[in-house]
Write a protein that binds this ligand. Structure first.
Ligand code: 13P
Ligand code: SF4
Length: 365
């Protein structure tokens, strides 16, 4: 592509209504060359333009199955990387704003995980005894690490099946970057809390003794999602005092204490499905990101269902929020002019090895 790129500054001052109209026109002009994927946490002004919406697992399947030349991912960086890895070489993955990362994914770097693997090798033989499992919320080079060390990727939908597969390969699991998803899933599988140890990546040997590591079933990376960590058991108690009949549903990135107090725990797709299938008139306290909860509140109020956000303070995912209609329009109008902006391209070696770990996940789930 050789035409001169249209600068983002030309779009910054446009209002959302004008963007919406021009996005619709650009989509019509690009036709089947384009698919827009939107994660549930996207704001409505962007979400409305998605051809497919979903959680991380559903969207990675959509990316793998898509025939479109351009896959525009309205989500965060690791999602666009997965789209690039799972799509065919001639397809292009695009992230409208390169600032849309994930603070949890950043908590595990390849250098830190490789150091942990070397340190584990001083007390046990990780290639024989530990399956590395990365949550899909991680950089492509970590998925590649899992691919070349016999490991696998999981999402919040399939974490249990992935852990079951992992224990069929080796006795223990190193789970990164989200300690909460790892703990909540392993505990529900019947593994005692004292066999779930936390690897503090700031400390030598993760701050753990050889005895603790020997006893452990799952070594949990000390990562967390700052959005889901805002939810607290006290918020559930307060709500249930006011509405004793209400049901509580949380994302497994929330803390152990919050998930223990919840009636249901699952991915964004699971949360939507559970409330959709609930009785008319039911009341729900929901522990996940605010854009999704607000959408559920509007969508289900017509069925007489009440949907409440768990935290008393606003907590949106600030990186998901980076994708705005102005950036979406910017990438689409550049495509119309023959310019490719914000392509996400994983280096071929990482992509090959990451694909091994992703394919294992897709087979297991
Ligand atoms: P899911 O959509 O897979 O539930 O994940 C939520 C999330 O935090 C994505 O970053
Ligand atoms: Fe990352 Fe949390 Fe945002 Fe999801 S909600 S993208 S885990 S920071």
């Amino acid at each position: 592509m050789i035409a001169t790129e249209i600068a983002i500054q030309e779009f910054s001052a446009l209002d959302d209504d004008e963007c919406a109209q021009r996005i619709a026109e650009a989509k019509a002009a690009l036709g089947e060359q384009l698919v827009i994927l939107g994660h549930h946490y996207q704001r409505d002004e962007v979400f409305q333009h998605a051809d497919f919406s979903g959680d991380s697992l559903k969207l990675s399947r959509k990316a793998a199955a898509s025939a479109a030349e351009y896959i525009v991912f309205c989500g965060v960086h690791f999602m666009a990387e997965v789209a690039d890895i799972l799509s065919r070489p001639e397809q292009v993955a695009i992230l409208p704003d390169l600032g849309a990362g994930c603070s949890m994914a950043d908590m595990a770097s390849l250098a830190r995980v490789e150091r942990a693997w070397r340190e584990l090798a001083t007390v046990l033989d990780p290639e024989q005894t530990v399956t590395p499992v990365t949550y899909i919320n991680s950089a492509a080079d970590l998925k590649a690490f899992c691919g070349r060390h016999g490991g696998i990727v999981c999402t919040s939908t399939n974490a249990r099946q992935v852990l079951e597969w992992s224990f069929r390969q080796r006795d223990k699991v190193l789970f990164f970057p989200d300690q909460h998803l790892g703990r909540n899933t392993a505990y529900r599988m019947g593994i005692d809390l004292d066999r779930l140890v936390v690897w503090d990546y700031e400390l030598p040997m993760g701050g753990l003794s050889a005895e603790q590591l020997d006893k452990a079933k799952v070594i949990l990376w000390k990562g967390y999602c700052s959005v889901h960590q805002m939810f607290a058991p006290q918020q559930i108690d307060d709500f249930l005092r006011r509405y004793p009949q209400a049901k509580v549903i949380s994302h497994p990135e929330a803390s152990f204490e919050v998930c223990q107090k919840s009636d249901y725990v699952g991915s964004t797709e699971y949360i939507i499905k559970t409330i959709a299938e609930a009785e008319p008139g039911s009341r729900w306290l929901v522990g996940t990101e605010l854009n999704l909860v607000n959408r559920l509140r509007k969508q289900f109020s017509v069925e007489g269902k009440s949907v409440h956000f768990m935290s008393p303070t606003v907590c949106m995912c600030s990186t998901m929020f980076r994708i705005d209609p102005q950036h979406l329009l910017w990438v689409l109008e550049n495509l119309l002019e023959g310019n490719l902006v914000n392509q996400i391209k994983v280096p071929p070696k990482d992509a090959r090895q990451a694909r091994l770990a992703l394919d294992r996940m897709l087979q297991v789930s």
